[in-house]
Design a protein around this ligand. Sequence first.
Ligand code: NDP
Length: 402
Amino acid sequence: MSKILIIGAGGVGTVIAHKTAQNHQVFGDIMLAGRTKSKCDAVSDAIGTKYGNKKIQTAYVDADHVPELVALFKSFQPKLVINAALPYQDLTIMDACLETGVNYLDTANYEPKDEAKFEYKWQWAYKDKFEKAGLTAILGCGFDPGVTSIFTAYAAKHHFSEMQYLDIVDCNAGDHGKAFATNFNPEINIREVTQKGKYWENGQWIYTEPHEIHQPLTYPNIGPKESYVIYHEELESLVKNFPTLKRARFWMTFGQEYLTHLRVIQNIGMARIDPVIYNGMEIVPIRFLKAVLPNPGELGENYTGETSIGCRIKGLDKKGKEITYYIYNNCSHEAAYKETGTQGVSYTTGVPATIGALMFMSGLWKKPGVFNVEEFNPDPFMEQLNKQGLPWHEIFNGKLEV
Ligand code: NDP
């Protein structure tokens, strides 16, 4: 049995705590650590031993500080650490892993606090160090990035000789009853959705104004929803790992109400990430905004509806004939809440992170270096998605709309 350390007790960390406890025969000792220990304690108390697991241990750690992480890793001695805190902490946690010989997994790529720009270059630069240390780092193991990349790898392995067009489609058709809320950390979410659009076409990145390209797309069991091309981090590694792609885009649905709020937030300066002086002290407007917005981890109670996320792919099948392929998962907010007390977006992120950890612990996804999830064998992961609460479906030669 192998010890696992989860850092961050927000919505995603809560789901990972439930799911690792459900799989206690693999994980054994589980620890949940974070900056606010009372949040970790509350999650551990809510889970208790209800899955036949040992009670989840908790600890305080500020993951911005490598020495604090090193001390915690040395005392608990985990085999793997899952970063369910924020992307800002990716590099400090990876540094601490290297110092103590611990393996690493996360769900979002690093971005500097003072620049809203996420890129893999910072984490890919750790490849040699992880290789030399004989340690595995698994990057982007949530739903998107994560399952969308594994769906793509699965499609390439089983259905295509040449993938040419990839459109990742992400729909949240849920209703949480609030005028405005984000489904995961507001600071990271608003930084992501307000930046310029960007997609890959014929060997280069094409830039657009934010939300410039949009059209309705029809989602299974949901119907048509206005969908917008935005830049999303998995595109960077997917076009590198699947070089036959002529075009790769990412679409996300937004309601008019959400977009209006977003525009106002930007126009009045509340999305600013640089410090301003207020009453003689420095505050960062977007962090202040986070403090007054609903906590995404607590949206679940009245959340109705479902998410639908998948990949629409066009290209040549194994025999060289043109095909279209759509693979997707739908996840109900109510079902996610019933099982873990959190909403569907936390659930669809935390379940894949746990499956990634299962893959590592069972030796199926273990190789020295730093890897995006599509670089591993997708088959055992796909099998676990069906078992761990995120079943997937395929449509062959349907109309892709994109
Ligand atoms: P939350 O804001 O709900 O939770 C983040 C948690 O991390 C909080 O408990 C917070 O503690 C803790 N934390 C923040 N900074 C530190 C620190 N320096 N040291 C220790 N703990 C810290 O976020 P979510 O759970 O919604 O999201 C978590 C991550 O998942 C994010 O990185 C997000 O980008 C990623 N994500 C990935 C998705 C995917 O599909 N790949 C989809 C959705 C999210 P405190 O409460 O004290 O601030």
